[in-house]
Design a protein around this ligand. Structure first.
Ligand code: ADP
Ligand code: MG
Length: 255
């Protein structure tokens, strides 16, 4: 078996008095699509934010592609990562957020080209060519010169996906990317993800409340409860015959 692309080992995460993760263990195989479900406050976003280096950890180790994320090797010791290491590691991942987080004062095109030019040193010409390809992929070629405020929520989120893809990540982190959308706009965004899952070999970690979508797309579903994975397994098992009472209660709320 190849080593996991993502690995949390005995991770601890505190917010003041709250010990959110304590001895938390979790891993994802390369190319695996894992959905995370669970009630609000159970630690789903924090998990993704730790991976995206937006939140630190208070103990344990997180490995991405076999390399420590929040630490680096110094001789035979592990020491806290510096900014350069974090930046390098972050580039393995792309994240899409619930509230899009687009730059409001930039056109769609600039939103997508900004990071590749600034972080990866791409030329404007190259970055813009790639941006147009990505806009074609999410069906928004004609919106390159629009500003975020001129777009629907579904269009904004498709730009958010194109922007994440512009950095050529191997791992996609999706945090409730349809939760802020009107119901009629959800499918156009999920269709993009379906297509990415089918046509490209991403590793995906998605937090979602779209249960039918999680069931369709995932190799594995993890039910989070108070900073623990209470139950996990293939979607047909978790959605059809969950073992834990809390998983059943959670899923029943969606029927
Ligand atoms: P979820 O995404 O599952 O709703 P989160 O990961 O956002 O949960 O939050 C898990 C818990 O950690 C919650 O109790 C939340 O209040 C707390 N928390 C998250 N981020 C912070 C923060 N920056 N400061 C303090 N507490 C936080
Ligand atoms: Mg959340």
């Amino acid at each position: 078996m190849t080593s996991p692309i993502i690995e949390f080992k005995n991770v601890k995460k505190q917010f003041g008095e709250l010990a959110l993760f304590d001895n938390f263990n979790f891993s994802v195989a390369e190319g695996e699509i894992v959905s995370i479900i669970g009630s609000s406050g159970s630690g789903k976003s924090t998990l993704l934010r730790i991976l995206m280096t937006l939140e630190g950890i208070d103990g344990g180790v997180v490995n991405v592609k076999g390399e420590p994320l929040w630490h680096m090797h110094k001789g035979d010791r592990l020491v806290p990562a510096d900014k350069k290491h974090l930046r390098k590691m972050r580039n393995h991942m792309g994240m899409v957020f619930q509230h899009f987080n687009l730059f409001p004062h930039m056109t769609v095109r600039r939103n997508i080209t900004e990071a590749p030019m600034r972080v990866k040193g791409k030329t404007r010409q190259e970055a813009e060519r790639e941006a147009m390809d990505l806009l074609a992929l999410v069906g928004l070629q004609d919106k390159a010169d629009s500003y975020p405020a001129q777009l629907s929520g579904g269009q904004k989120q498709r730009v958010g996906i194109a922007r994440a893809l512009a950095m050529r990540p191997e791992i996609l982190l999706l945090d409730e990317i349809t939760s802020a959308l009107d119901p009629e706009l959800v499918d156009e965004v999920l269709d993009v993800i379906r297509n990415l899952a089918k046509e490209h070999s991403f590793t995906m970690l998605l937090v979602t409340h779209e249960m039918y979508f999680a069931r369709e797309i995932s190799d594995r579903v993890c039910f989070f409860d108070q900073g623990r994975i209470l139950e996990e397994g293939p979607p047909d098992k978790i959605f059809v015959a969950p073992e834990k009472e809390r998983t059943q209660a959670f899923l029943n709320a969606f029927i």
